[in-house]
Design a protein around this ligand. Structure first.
Ligand SMILES: NC(=O)c1ccc[n+]([C@@H]2O[C@H](COP(=O)([O-])OP(=O)(O)OC[C@H]3O[C@@H](n4cnc5c(N)ncnc54)[C@H](O)[C@@H]3O)[C@@H](O)[C@H]2O)c1
Length: 362
């Protein structure tokens, strides 16, 4: 039997009986998840998997007894375990969600893939691009799916901005400029770049649809040996430039992104409930005459409008999409390759910070 056939979810585990618990699922397909990690983010994953029409959580694993007690209290029907191997080797489980600290992702994801499981893994995908490349290759060889949780790609705001870029409303992109700052949450194992920048890097990857050619980054450590304040500049093809400011030492929380296009400009403030995304019909046009003194500058200052955004929880949409991709044997757009591109940018930023802001080419 070929690898492809072996790993078709419906063919792989003929011993799995799909119970008639979910009669609303017309395809009769139900992806059974094991979730590893129930700390800060894990409960959001379990809550959003629970109640999906095409997915079900069988077991949650965490090596903290208090985390498992929280699972049992919230979901008496879900099994708990302190041993990841119980999930990784279970013949009942089709997909594993890895919601543990970054340094554990590679080993857990590798074991999951080796045991024939599809993998949903938190951002950032891995601690190095070599690890990410190995996992991407392993998943391809076994015809298994990897989805990296770049949650923002599924928000109403990013979906709308992508629609505006794809349809040409913004025109050619000039820049992406993001301020993502707050006080904490301090991580012990990663810097603010590895913690917060994956959000912007994955959004840029999704909107600009090109990889940066070079990166400059600076940052500083003040408290616990990892950068807690950092600035990144990314040079993309076609003169698109991006800047990200990430900071765990800000007295206020700010999540504001400016996206400048030739025709329109966007201001996205993720912290407001109304008019998160505002589109400005503003711009500058320069026409040159004969000599440099004859530059004609005209400013356009038209309307501003705030498009309607979908209000569905991003993780709900994302996890439903992942289960759909597994069922239909489709590659998700936020796959291992997308996770690898983000890890490459993080590595380049780290190298530039080490060299005090030297340009690092990708
Ligand atoms: N997508 C997002 O917006 C988002 C938001 C927050 C965190 N995250 C990501 O989620 C991941 C987890 O972050 P967190 O803030 O929830 O961390 P956390 O430390 O709060 O929780 C991690 C949990 O995993 C458990 N754990 C660790 N290693 C384990 C192992 N080998 N086996 C079983 N259990 C293990 C710990 O006991 C803990 O309960 C990180 O990769 C982080 O970047 C993503």
């Amino acid at each position: 039997m070929s690898d492809l056939m072996v790993n078709q979810p419906s063919l792989l585990k003929p011993q799995i009986h799909i119970p008639p618990l979910f009669p609303q699922d017309s395809r009769g397909d139900m992806i059974r998840f094991g979730v590893i990690g129930y700390g800060y983010w894990g409960p959001n994953i379990v809550r959003n998997l629970h109640g999906q029409k095409n997915a079900q959580v069988l077991t949650v694993c965490d090596n903290s007894p208090s985390a498992l007690a929280r699972v049992r209290k919230a979901y008496p029907g879900i099994q708990t375990s302190s041993e990841p191997l119980e999930i990784l080797r279970s013949t009942e489980i089709d997909a594993v969600a890895i919601i543990t600290p970054v340094w554990t992702h590679y080993e857990l994801a590798k074991m999951a893939l080796e045991n024939g499981k599809h993998v949903f893994v938190e951002k950032p995908f891995t601690s190095s691009s070599a690890q990410a490349e190995e996992l991407v290759e392993l998943a391809a060889r076994k015809n298994l799916s990897i989805m990296v949780d770049h949650t923002f790609l599924f928000t109403g705001a990013v979906r709308k901005i992508r629609e505006l870029t794809d349809s040409g409303v913004l025109g050619d992109l000039y820049y992406y400029d993001s301020l993502r700052v707050n006080l904490g949450l301090f991580q012990h194992d990663v810097s603010v770049i590895w913690d917060l920048a994956p959000h912007d890097l994955s959004i840029m990857d999704h909107l600009i649809k090109a990889e940066p050619e070079a990166i400059v980054a600076t940052g500083e450590k003040h408290l616990n040996g990892v950068e807690d304040v950092a600035y990144m500049t990314l040079y993309f093809p076609r003169n698109v430039i991006a800047h990200i400011n990430v900071n765990w030492l800000s007295p206020v929380k700010i999540r504001t992104t400016l996206i400048g296009g030739q025709k329109k400009m966007v201001v996205w403030n993720d912290l407001v409930s109304d008019e998160k995304v505002r589109v400005y019909d503003k711009g500058v046009q320069i026409t040159s005459g004969e000599g440099i003194r004859d530059l004609l500058v005209s400013y356009r200052s038209g309307d501003m409008w705030a498009p309607q955004l979908e209000q569905v929880e991003a993780l709900h949409v994302e996890l439903e999409y992942f289960a759909d991709c597994i069922i239909a044997n489709k590659v998700p757009f936020n796959d291992g390759q997308a996770g690898l591109r983000v890890v490459r940018m993080l590595e380049a930023a780290e190298e530039s910070i080490r060299k005090k802001g030297e340009l690092v080419r990708l």
